[in-house]
Design a binder for this molecule. Structure first.
Ligand SMILES: [Zn+2]
Length: 336
């Protein structure tokens, strides 16, 4: 990947216009030793068929041909790598993301294809897999926010249904409930030392729901900072729990959730500016996207540039799949 160092989107598009550059880039990424292996049987006995732009495995099994997309989140897509690679660049490097309509115009794919492409990339760059904090009091901020929610244009029946559901969600019929009608609850955690965030949609903001997430994602012995005493009070035996009260003080030494507040405001800017009508069903993927950009932002200690972020994102696409069925919950094949 030594030759690959575009600084801008324009240079990226230019670079990947040459299929040979796509091929060299993808092979270097997937096989750092430079030896292409069959993704089906791991054999090195493969030949590149220049005209067809595929490899051919000599081991004699079924479907001996494979493209560079096989075994990645791009598999089975009719969209060429020349378009996929700039799409990844745009999604991970545009501060506010990119909508399927923008990608459709930028790359000349249909809006539906662009929509599916972006969701596949989001699935690939999803982070997680290890717990935050540490037994020696590693500091973790935990906070919730509500996303979405314009009821004005909504059909009456649907609005009533949403109201009913959200009352159920809050478990009461208070004034507060009506503020959150048609909004989706999101819980976030931030590991201060790693400077990493995780965020996901939660079905409600009841105590057991929020506490279970903490138990699943934060190591015992960590120091938890929340602004909500009641929702987390039962965790005191497993964690050191400190609460900031927004009523009388914003920051008490290290006890605050300002890191997450910052993340929430970036998230909401993206959702307002770029993704105007996100269905709650898909919100988790937008959270994964925002989380990726946040966790891979340039900092003083870690001066990542756009090119680094792009290469890192691409390194995440190998071995991941997202089918149309998984994405939409529908049985049929992708119509595009
Ligand atoms: Zn093979």
């Amino acid at each position: 990947m030594e030759d690959f160092n575009p600084k801008t989107l324009q240079e990226t598009i230019q670079f990947f216009t040459e299929f040979e550059n796509c091929r060299l880039f993808m092979t270097a990424l997937r096989w750092p030793d430079g030896k292409v292996r069959c993704p089906r049987c791991s054999s090195y006995k493969v030949r590149y068929l220049d005209n067809a732009r595929v490899y051919w495995c000599a081991e004699g099994h079924k479907t001996p041909k494979f493209s560079l997309k096989v075994g990645t989140v791009f598999e089975d897509s009719p969209i060429a790598l020349e378009k996929w690679l700039p799409a990844v660049w745009m999604l991970v490097n545009n501060k506010n993301g990119i909508s399927s309509w923008e990608l459709h115009r930028a790359l000349g794919v249909t809006q539906k294809s662009a929509w599916f492409m972006l969701h596949r990339i989001r699935a690939a760059i999803k982070t997680g897999g290890f717990k935050f904090g540490g037994p020696e009091g590693g500091e973790v901020e935990v906070d919730e926010t509500f996303v979405g929610g314009k009821t004005i244009n909504m059909h009456k029946k649907r609005r009533a249904e949403m109201q009913r559901k959200h009352m159920e969600m809050r478990g009461s019929d208070s004034e507060q409930v009506h503020r959150y009608v048609n909004k989706t609850a999101v819980q976030g955690m931030l590991d201060r030392e790693l400077r990493q965030v995780r965020a996901k949609v939660v079905p409600n903001v009841r105590r057991d729901t929020l506490q279970n997430e903490v138990l699943n994602h934060v190591r015992f012995g960590s120091r938890l900072y929340t602004d909500n005493a009641v929702s987390y009070e039962l965790l005191n035996s497993d964690y050191v729990h400190e609460v900031v009260s927004h009523a009388d003080e914003y920051v008490r030494g290290r006890v605050h959730t300002n890191g997450l507040e910052n993340f929430w405001s970036l998230l909401k800017r993206t959702l307002r500016g770029t993704y105007v009508a996100v269905e709650p069903f898909h919100l988790d993927r937008y959270l994964d996207e925002q989380t990726f950009r946040f966790n891979n932002r340039a900092t003083k200690d870690n001066p990542l540039n756009d090119s680094d972020r792009f290469v890192y994102a691409l390194s995440q696409i190998v071995g991941k799949r997202l089918t149309y069925k998984e994405l939409t919950g529908k049985e049929e094949e992708a119509p595009f």
